[in-house]
Design a protein around this ligand. Sequence first.
Ligand code: FPP
Ligand code: MG
Length: 320
Amino acid sequence: MDLSIIEEDLKAVDASFEEYLSSRVPLIAKIGKHILTSGGKRIRPAILLLSSRLNGYTGERAIRMASIIEFIHTATLLHDDVVDNADIRRGNPAANTLWGSEASVLVGDFLFSKSFFLMVEDGDLRVLRILAEATTELAEGEILELVKTGDLRITRKEYMDLITSKTAVLISAASRIGAVLGNATDEIENAMKEYGLHIGIAFQLVDDCLDYTATNESLGKTIGTDLREGKVTLPLILSMERAAPEERNRVRDIVLSDEIVQGEFEEVQRIIEKYDGIDATLDLARRHVEQAKEHLGRLPVKAERETLEDLADYIVQRDR
Ligand code: FPP
Ligand code: MG
């Protein structure tokens, strides 16, 4: 993925983290740096920066907003790894395994609060509203996922709602804020919002496939975590719709068991393979990528638009 046109801005975003992490409590910077310098893909900041340039804004506020959105994302990852009992993130030990769940949750709280402080300093109520709405919905999505844990009856629609809230809404906010910074028309702001929503959905669909198909090394996370945590994602939902009753019962027993051993994970992988659960999910992801790109059709043909199109394609081609 070639992000060279925003390379300088992305460096400025990374450079700002140190300042924003400074606190009289050294543990904050320690944990914050651990996760923020661990090789994240910076997808949200990249989208925000590209969207603002595409919409004619090139000032400093875009860099600040891009940092804020990565701070919010990082806060949610710190919380999410506690909720998911994850041990590895981005190829490194997850913060909760190094410093414990309490520290991870609390530093997540710091990052989240700091983000809103920085937004208030910026003083644009339009941006505050977008991010306040997005984070409320994101938390809602994560709670919905918790409620649906271990529920093999979860429908496609419920699943799509859930991933839209927990993942797509924040990516959509990044894209939309770029339009707001550029004082775009409502129509364009909406197109940017939709672009982000569709690539966000595609992103999570691919994430849920990789949890079955990747290797721990390439992914930098432990694969099979979704199944072990009882998260029923689209590759499994689609396969269950097509599977024989005895296969469904077998999967149900595995999902509901206290501990899932490697052989059981592989059994579920084989059922998903048999019923094309991965290919069907990736097909859907590709359709969302196409829809995302269609929404960019209203925007000027510029290098930033091309990079946003490439970024949409990258979402479904990636292996991490
Ligand atoms: C990753 O999903 C998690 C999210 C996209 C959202 C997490 C949100 C919260 C924990 C609640 C809100 C917190 C705040 C501070 C507002 P995943 O587990 O499918 O992805 P993964 O495989 O990368 O862990
Ligand atoms: Mg997780």
